[in-house]
Design a protein around this ligand. Structure first.
Ligand SMILES: Nc1nc2c(ncn2[C@@H]2O[C@H](COP(=O)(O)OP(=O)(O)O)[C@@H](O)[C@H]2O)c(=O)[nH]1
Ligand SMILES: [Mg+2]
Length: 325
């Protein structure tokens, strides 16, 4: 995702101390005083540059489009991100203070070797104190890699109970290649595919239960429905081979209808296994109905996109525009 692409890998406290002290050990000077002062300046420069590189690589989380803000909060936690970034800021200020004071003491005639030794000890403690923050920021970077870029174009989010055939449909009609398997929550991440006309988002399945009880995978799906969908493709599996009764799937559908107020196309999957035809029906196995479902949902998404779009382009801000020109 563009907002997060620049975030660098973050060293642990030990690695960072190694880097700082090995660089400073190579610094020389005309006499002892000058050599020690140069070493201290090197330490302060390297650490300041390093902390700044990390701090400024992060976006302003408060001003990100809602989709990204909520997704990052779910996957990593924005409060924790901010806390760790401010710990780096604290460490930077502490190290600058230690270095400035030490240089001043040397200039005032104190023993440079003793001053240097004590400064190094205190700098090590400061950096060790933020080890957890450094590790957290590195894990956060890894976790945020799964967040996809969303383009500003008509967008369909595919929803339904687990195992009904959402990923099979997305794989057939778009560029996305999600994993397909007959156990629930195979799809754990948000997967985005494209057809020539729409963006289509495959989501982890949803169970028929209140939001408070939903797991992380379900919450990702909810977030997409709320923040990215122009239209929702809701897939029902009347064969119940998915492992969920049709009545519980319909109750989930009612919940989705109430919650988001977006156009919904209700369709049956696995039409090779049943004769329900009161809604559009498709089969990922023999291809029946695929084209019709895609055409219908594309039409819905394009129409809805024209009227209101809250979909966020990766390069821009959230927009709620009355009309796209
Ligand atoms: N018979 C039949 N099985 C299907 C069809 N579509 C999907 N399946 C099977 O249903 C299971 C779940 O499919 P998947 O696409 O992963 O469902 P998801 O969990 O909703 O993404 C897999 O074992 C698929 O092979 C279909 O049209 N016909
Ligand atoms: Mg799936």
């Amino acid at each position: 995702m563009q907002y997060l692409r620049k975030i660098p890998t973050v060293m642990t406290a030990e690695e960072l101390l190694d880097k700082i002290f090995s660089k400073s050990s190579k610094v020389s000077g005309k006499n002892t005083n000058e050599r020690i002062i140069n070493k201290l300046s090197t330490i302060s420069n390297i650490s300041r540059n390093y902390f700044n590189k990390i701090i400024f690589s992060h976006p302003n989380y408060d001003s990100l489009p809602t989709f990204y803000k909520e997704m990052i909060d779910l996957i990593v936690g924005i409060k924790d991100l901010k806390k760790s970034l401010s710990s780096l800021n604290w460490a930077d200020r502490m190290i600058q203070k230690i270095v400035t004071k030490s240089i001043e003491n040397i200039r005032n005639g104190k023993d440079p070797i003793a001053i240097f030794r004590s400064a190094c000890g205190r700098i090590s403690s400061v950096i060790e104190e933020i080890d957890n923050d450094l590790r957290f920021l590195n894990e956060a970077k890894q976790k945020m890699r799964e967040i996809p870029s969303i383009r500003k174009m008509p967008t369909v989010v595919v929803a339904g109970s687990p195992n009904v055939g959402k990923s099979s449909f997305v794989a057939l009609v778009s560029t996305a290649k999600p994993e397909i398997a007959d156990y629930p929550f195979t799809t754990q991440k948000i997967i985005i595919g494209y057809t020539p006309e729409i963006q289509i988002i495959d989501t982890p399945g949803l169970l028929d239960r209140p939001l408070a009880k939903r797991n992380k995978f379900e919450r990702k799906a909810i977030l997409c429905l709320k923040n990215a969908a122009d239209a929702i493709l809701f897939i029902l599996d009347p064969t119940e081979t998915c492992g969920y009764s049709l009545s519980s799937q319909l109750s989930l559908l009612e919940d989705i209808k109430k919650s988001f107020g977006k156009p919904i196309l209700e369709v049956y999957s696995k039409s090779d296994m049943h004769n329900f035809r009161d809604k559009l029906a498709f089969s990922a196995k023999n291809g029946e109905g695929i084209k019709e479902v895609l055409e219908e949902v594309t039409k819905m998404a394009k129409q809805s996109y024209l009227h209101t779009s809250t979909v966020i382009a990766d390069s821009g801000q959230t927009s709620t525009q009355a009309q796209h020109s």
